[in-house]
Design a protein around this ligand. Structure first.
Ligand code: GTR
Length: 396
């Protein structure tokens, strides 16, 4: 019965997602009109960025452009934070892992919000282990602490058996994914954000919550908080990018099928558009962003600059071949256009001129990419490659 209800809910979601797609969506490469991107090596005052020092000096200004025009402010201050171990099971996964369910409660302005973390740590560890943190935007069955339900969306056993801790929290704890109720979470701590045209909205709240989990990791002796990979799929892939851009404690960022206002270039106008996303999901981005409906060219930034804000840390963006709505080619191009900033750190660009073939991951680089065969989803194929990238970057 439960499976039936989940399947019905998925079908309803798919119908809803389809219904939001306008008829004039472009899915044809030859119909992409010429566009010019803001130069990633120019400051916000349009002077040249010649080296790492120039980039780092301008970096807060660039972050501010993303805050003001797209994702909203990221409040850093709060009154208090409390971590409570709600449940621990040292013999989870047939003895291979320890389960910790941790409640992260953050207090501000006489209000509090609780983010529930599900965390498994491998038992055959000799020291603190690196971790993967999923920002879960799908059903909670994907992060089942009992492991009765297992899905490719969060294949916890695979990650544990590869020697990593694996964690997840659900976006609804931070901001319900609904235009009428998204403020019933983190926004309660920051009511002034709700009023501001450049204030935090749902995607900002999800990224903020990922940082609070990082605050927890820094206190857990089993976790190597300097080697945490933040992972997000689709709308949560937009949030994983924003989290890593904002919070440089994340060592690696993975963004899967994140598409428009994620890892894909907005100015290509291929697949989902800013108008479409702002219309279907008005609660994801700030009020100012609505000014750019049908006016991508006027944005002071494009998404390659968000990817560049993650430099010099490894970044893995991935797509699915049938998911043209998320523009796989535009995602690959955004990564390429972010590469000059990695170059300032001496990291050479290993990306080919054209997107690689389907199922041919590019992993031996800080700017990793793959386009998996199949539909819009996060699968164990994807995770196997995230693990390979972490193995390579952390030299495990
Ligand atoms: C779609 C939306 C995309 C993407 C996706 C998802 O309907 O248009 O931007 O975020 O949902 O999160 O699965």
């Amino acid at each position: 019965m439960k499976r039936f209800l989940i399947a019905m809910a998925c079908i309803a979601c798919m119908i809803a997602a389809k219904a939001q797609r306008p008829d004039n969506t472009n899915y044809t490469e030859s119909k992409v009109l010429p566009y010019s991107l803001p130069d990633v090596l120019k400051t916000t005052k349009q002077t040249s960025i010649r080296n790492k020092a120039d980039w780092e000096l301008n970096r807060p200004e660039l972050l501010r452009l993303f805050e003001d025009n797209i994702y909203g402010q990221m409040p850093k201050r709060f009154d208090d934070i409390k971590f409570s171990l709600i449940k621990e099971d040292k013999s989870a996964m047939q003895g291979r892992a320890t389960l910790k369910q941790v409640e992260v409660e953050v207090f501000n302005q006489q209000k509090s919000v609780k983010i529930n973390l599900v965390l498994f740590v491998p038992n055959n560890r000799k020291q603190a282990v690196p971790a993967f943190l999923l920002i879960n935007n799908r059903g909670k069955e994907n992060m089942d602490p009992t492991r009765k339900e297992k899905t490719g969306f969060w294949p916890a056993e695979l990650v544990i058996d590869s020697g990593y801790a694996v964690a997840a929290f659900h976006v609804s704890d931070a901001a319900p994914d609904n235009k009428d109720t998204f403020m019933n979470g983190v926004l309660r701590l920051y009511p002034e954000q709700f009023e501001a045209a450049n204030g935090m909205r749902a995607i900002g709240a999800w990224a903020w919550a990922a940082s609070r989990i990082m605050d927890y990791f820094e206190t857990d002796a089993d976790i190597d908080a300097k080697r945490v990979t933040v992972v997000g799929h689709s709308r949560a892939g937009k949030a994983s990018l924003w989290a890593a851009a904002q919070d440089q404690r994340f060592a690696i960022c993975v963004s899967n099928c994140s598409g428009n206002t994620g890892a894909a270039l907005s100015r290509r106008n291929f697949g989902e558009s800013i108008t479409a996303i702002n219309t279907s999901f008005p609660h994801w981005f700030n009020t100012n962003y609505k000014q750019y409906n049908d006016r991508e060219q006027e944005l002071p930034v494009d998404q390659h600059m968000l990817l560049a804000l993650i430099a010099p840390r490894p970044l893995y963006v991935t797509n699915a071949s049938e998911d043209l709505w998320a523009d796989p080619t535009g995602t690959f191009l955004a990564l390429k256009h972010a590469a000059p900033v990695y170059g300032l750190y001496g990291i050479t660009n290993e990306l080919p001129a054209k997107p690689p073939k389907i199922n041919q991951p590019i992993l031996n680089t800080h700017l990793a990419y793959h386009n998996r065969e199949g539909i819009h989803d996060l699968t164990s194929y994807d995770w196997q490659h995230f693990i390979r990238l972490a193995d390579l970057r952390f030299k495990k």
